[in-house]
Design a protein. Structure first.
Length: 214
């Protein structure tokens, strides 16, 4: 098989994988955590064994969907962090971007963060903690990188940036999860309250010399 044939096959496989993920997205939007491999296979017009061939099991499909949605969310969060505005405004915009994303697609959020709620026969071993932890960890590392790039934290800045990155993501996740379930206040009120909580040492820290600022 020559290089051109391999490239064509890879493109075809990538296209088919995207189509299957789009079918999975449609089922998740409809069924949330209850989305089953049977329903996804039916939506895609294939048999379940073919779906398994592409993703292995529900955990493999979950990982692929998590990457797809986390990539999009991180891109939106970085855009909010890099917007030309004062630091407080960018912090609020970043919090609002996350909350707006989970509010707009709550079924996707619940599938990613609470998959065990809709466990189906045959999904044994699909552990909610093991499933959602990598998503939050990746977001924490990404935010830590942004903080270290933009804020002068003095000695031990790398470690402190990682502590802050994971801490802020944990706060957003926990507060957003509670808010999405109970809706005790408006999104704007929650954003302001969370920004007030963060607005201590972060507000006083200087920007790195020559850096893009934060």
């Amino acid at each position: 098989m020559d290089t051109t044939q391999r490239t064509d096959q890879q493109r075809s496989a990538d296209r088919r994988r995207r189509e299957l993920l789009e079918a999975a997205d449609r089922v998740v939007l409809r069924d949330g955590p209850g989305a089953s491999m049977n329903a996804i296979a039916a939506e895609a017009g294939i048999t379940k064994p073919i779906l398994y061939r592409h993703f292995g099991d529900k955990g493999g499909l979950y990982a692929a969907l998590a990457k797809r949605h986390t990539d999009a969310l991180l891109e939106a969060l970085r855009a909010a962090l890099d917007a030309p505005a004062e630091r407080r405004e960018r912090v609020e915009a970043t919090l609002d971007t996350y909350l707006a994303a989970i509010e707009a697609r709550p079924q996707v959020y619940r599938f990613l963060m609470h998959p065990a709620e809709g466990g189906q026969p045959g999904d044994a071993g699909f552990d909610v903690g093991k499933a959602s932890a990598p998503v939050l960890r990746r977001m924490g590392e990404e935010l830590a990188e942004v903080i270290e790039e933009r804020v002068d934290l003095g000695p031990g800045s790398q470690q402190l940036a990682r502590v802050w990155g994971h801490g802020i993501v944990g706060m957003m996740h926990a507060a957003g999860d509670w808010w999405l379930g109970e809706r005790p206040c408006t999104r704007a009120e929650l954003v302001r309250s969370l920004a007030d909580l963060l607005w201590g040492r972060l507000a006083a820290a200087g920007d790195r010399v020559g850096g893009p600022g934060f």
